[in-house]
Write a protein that binds this ligand. Structure first.
Ligand code: G3P
Ligand code: CA
Ligand code: CA
Length: 327
């Protein structure tokens, strides 16, 4: 070996030794600083050991009382993760869906999963049909960024519902604080309709031309407010809408003057036929102003975006996702 080769070998060996010390050392260094976070993630991952069909079961069987993400298992063994509200009115509320408006100007285009993503079309009266099928979409962490529907929607046999209106793009751990309206039912009404929305909407199909406004509407159920009241609810909808709704209810399958079907009127009971200005979701066809009323938030911007003029809802309402829970 020449002297130059000897020097090169020594240099390479030293370089190797220096780099060789780093990986484990850095883990050790990062370890203690990150410890509380790791413990929290560990705790959440450990929740995968629970076998429960709903947040109510997680609370009752495993004594969990902290709001957050849990794993649930359906009757057929499908495992999924969702958010449990373990504190409101005794807790045990399972998030099963969210209705999010990504672009009110879209008019039944991509993202309108709770109406139609294929245009306003009388030949497709049920639209996507997602109110009454087993299709699932979205993720729990993005429930205020996009539509969400998990297997709990059709699998859980529940008694009551809770609804949160949460501003778009709010992270999970801020949902409850950031919400602009929260309420729940307490009369076990879902008993009468098969135990969940999947069954309720089989009895009351969300479909164009199934009936007339008011006379063929689905049920309106009284609610208990956790944040807000009857008057603040009405203020989220347009002033003209306010004249034909009563606050303090959640209503299902409201039909409008032109026989278009909407899915949920959150916080209100319709007293007229302009349901498209205060009810969300629907079938695949809205005749009036074709296609202007078609979309997940229907005609909430009929008199301008977030103007709160005429039939237009407030900007807060327009830019908040509607989170649906069962218990
Ligand atoms: O849906 C609202 C629509 O029926 C109102 O009609 O004439 O007040 O714009 P108009
Ligand atoms: Ca949507
Ligand atoms: Ca109308």
């Amino acid at each position: 070996m020449t002297f130059q080769a000897f020097l090169l070998t020594i240099t390479l060996l030293m370089a190797f030794q220096t780099s060789n010390t780093s990986p484990l050392d850095s883990v050790k260094k990062i370890g203690p600083t990150n410890a509380p976070k790791v413990a929290k993630v560990d705790e959440i991952r450990n929740r995968a050991q629970f076998i429960a069909r709903s947040c109510k079961e997680v609370r009752e069987v495993y004594g969990q009382s902290e709001n957050g993400l849990y794993y649930l298992t359906t009757s057929t063994g499908v495992v999924y993760q969702t958010f449990c509200d373990m504190t409101t009115a005794g807790g045990g509320w399972t998030l099963v869906a969210s209705v999010h408006e990504d672009n009110i100007y879209g008019k039944c285009t991509v993202g309108d999963r709770w109406t139609s993503q294929q245009g306003n079309n009388a030949n497709w009266p049920q639209g996507e049909g997602n109110w009454a099928n087993r299709k699932t979409f979205g993720t729990v962490e993005a429930a205020t960024d996009d539509d969400f529907k998990n297997p709990g929607y059709y699998d859980i046999v529940a008694e009551d519902m809770s609804v949160w209106h949460v501003p778009n793009n709010t992270p999970v751990n801020h949902w409850k604080l950031a919400a602009i309206m929260r309420y729940h039912t307490d009369r076990r009404f879902l008993h009468l309709y098969g135990g969940n929305l999947y069954s309720l909407f089989h009895r009351y199909p969300v479909e164009y031309n199934v009936g007339a406004h008011l006379s063929d509407n689905g049920p309106s159920i009284p609610i208990v407010y956790d944040l807000g009241d009857k008057e603040s609810t009405k203020m989220f909808y347009g002033p003209y809408s306010g004249a034909e709704i009563e606050g303090g209810f959640i209503s299902f399958r409201a039909i409008n003057y032109e026989r278009a079907a909407t899915a949920i009127c959150s916080g209100v009971k319709p007293k007229g036929g302009n349901a498209e200005t205060y009810c969300i979701g629907g079938g695949g066809f809205f005749p009036e102003g074709n296609p202007l009323q078609c979309g997940d938030f229907t005609a909430f911007a009929w008199n301008g975006y977030g103007t709160h003029v005429g039939w237009s809802a407030s900007k807060q309402m327009l830019e908040s996702a509607v989170l649906l829970f069962y218990r």
